[in-house]
Design a protein around this ligand. Structure first.
Ligand code: SAM
Length: 496
């Protein structure tokens, strides 16, 4: 890494190399990462990166050279396609690129190969059936962007993109590599507040559908220590993701690995620089971790190509951040098989109303084993009688999320049907000898088991609640009967 560090420092960046060392970990632990070379106190700046050294559609000269209007006309201001093209172009420019020490082959700091499912064959992808990974891969959409936006843009400017470079630097294969580098290593770097005059060469319009990796905090914790570790970032992140020109590659910051709830360093931004600052004291020899958010294994695998395994609150091991998605469609389908009444137009009317009011169409189960209130409310909405539905619509209030009656059976069936999306059972998966499996199959198995554990936990809890509820209502009705017969006999006595 000496060549990379020399390049980094010669471009206005600062590295405290008495505190941070770059080392190689085993493949299973993420290859390269950073460790503390001595005890590091909280709020210590490990390195600073000038904004100009981050690589984005704002900092690369390409959008300007291409022409801002032409850039937008070609659709390069939406999603990641513009940044991918900038990275390809900077790489093709070799030693004349400002990022030669970052994108070049020597020194080599960015990977050309990934363990992410984007690069898996059909056989390995089949192991992920039932998980949310496959439909979120977006490979086909990415390829459409390549064919309809990037390639025509490249071919339209042979002065910028040499025709001889097409197969080396602008191929579909390189496009996927650059996309995966962004997915696993990019940060969302907002403009400095009040920096109105900053030259935003690429423009800001457009939506992006893909998410980027890590977040950056606004202030240096040395100036505002209270902000360190606060959880308000995810909200900001969603807003930031709306502006593709905020997505940036940040040399050095992307060397830090991540693990569930171990973050001890975070990137903060100032007017001219980004700073990686320790958010906890770090002991000499400890790894320096930067969070990617505590993500479920399905997301870790899709974006980064690894999974987390830790002790779980309910016992056993897995990723405590795991979740299972249940589509509203599945509930509709389960209910229609239970009851004729909510089929067709009637259900559609209620679903449209729910969605228009901002209701979710995907419900997320997690290790709490609590059915999400929105899922209960949505299910109840479909079960309302015509009269109740009219009342709810008039009052603009969805049903209260209280578990009762037919809901138990419908939710239990929904979870059982969700289980059937996976080709294997939890028991079969558990019996698999993980140690002997190749990496992709092993990671897919861990994702599957994690999701099925959550389904199993939710199913068992629902069954227990149903039983308790029916015992309680049976007791209640017995008491009511006893009270009735008591009061009626008392009545008789009085009459006598
Ligand atoms: C931001 S980069 C970190 C630097 C990276 N290790 C490298 O060698 O360049 C993120 C990538 O590191 C790896 N990684 C990070 N944390 C990991 C972990 N806890 N276990 C395994 N791999 C990890 C994954 O390959 C991920 O895509």
């Amino acid at each position: 890494m000496d060549g990379f560090i020399a390049w980094f420092q010669s471009h206005g960046a600062h590295l405290d190399n008495s505190s941070l060392g770059i080392v190689d970990f085993p493949l299973s632990e993420g290859r390269r990462g950073a460790i503390a070379l001595k005890d590091i106190p909280e709020c210590h700046t490990l390195f600073t990166v000038p904004r100009g050294l981050t690589l984005s559609t704002r900092t690369s000269q390409l959008p300007k050279r291409f022409g801002v209007d032409a850039w937008q006309k070609a659709g390069l201001h939406k999603g990641w396609v513009g940044l991918i093209l900038c990275m390809m172009w900077e790489q093709a420019n070799g030693s004349s690129s400002r990022w030669r020490g970052y994108l070049g082959k020597d020194p080599k700091t960015l990977p050309d190969e990934f363990d992410t499912p984007m690069f898996w064959g059909e056989d390995d992808l089949a192991e992920l059936k039932g998980t949310s990974v496959v439909e979120k891969l977006g490979k086909a959409d990415a390829e459409v962007d390549y064919t309809t936006k990037l390639l025509p843009a490249v071919k339209s400017r042979p002065d910028l993109f040499l025709p001889n470079d097409l197969s080396t630097y602008y191929s579909l294969g390189v496009y996927h590599i650059m996309g995966s580098r962004i997915l696993s290593r990019s940060f969302v770097v907002e403009k400095w507040n009040g920096d109105e005059d900053e030259d935003d060469a690429a423009g800001t319009a457009g939506n992006i559908s893909m998410e980027s990796a890590m977040d950056v905090d606004e202030k240096d914790p040395n100036q505002d220590p209270d902000r360190v570790g606060h959880e308000e970032d995810s909200e900001d992140e969603d807003e930031d993701e709306d502006d593709p020109s905020d997505v940036a590659m940040v040399p050095m910051a992307d060397i830090l690995n991540a693990r569930y709830q171990t973050e001890n360093a975070k990137l903060f931004y100032e007017k001219d620089v980004l700073k990686m600052v320790s958010t906890r004291p770090i002991k000499s020899g400890e790894q320096i971790w930067n969070t990617y958010g505590d993500l479920p294994n399905a997301e870790l695998l899709r974006r980064y190509g690894h999974v987390d395994i830790l002790p779980l609150p309910s016992g056993g091991s897995g990723n405590p951040a795991d979740v299972v998605e249940i589509k509203a469609d599945l509930i509709v389908s389960v209910i229609s098989s239970f009851l004729e009444a909510v089929k067709g137009d009637q259900a559609k009317e209620r679903i449209d109303w729910w969605l228009e009011a901002g209701g979710e169409d995907i419900f997320v189960l997690d290790h709490d084993f609590e059915v999400p209130p929105a899922m209960i409310s949505f299910t109840k909405l479909l079960l309302l009688s015509e009269k109740e539905w009219e009342k709810a619509r008039k009052k603009s209030t969805p049903p209260k999320p209280k578990l009762e009656g037919a809901l138990y059976d419908i939710l239990i069936s929904t979870i059982e049907r969700r289980f059937a999306d996976y080709p294997t059972t939890l028991e079969t998966d558990r019996a698999c000898p993980t140690g002997s499996l190749p990496l992709n199959k092993r990671q897919a198995l861990i994702v599957r088991i994690g999701e099925k554990d959550i389904l199993r936990g939710n199913l068992q809890k629902l069954k227990t609640l149903k039983e308790t509820d029916s015992i309680r209502s049976a007791q209640g009705s017995n008491k009511r009967k006893a009270a009735l017969s008591d009061s009626s006999s008392k009545g008789k006595r009085i009459r006598r």
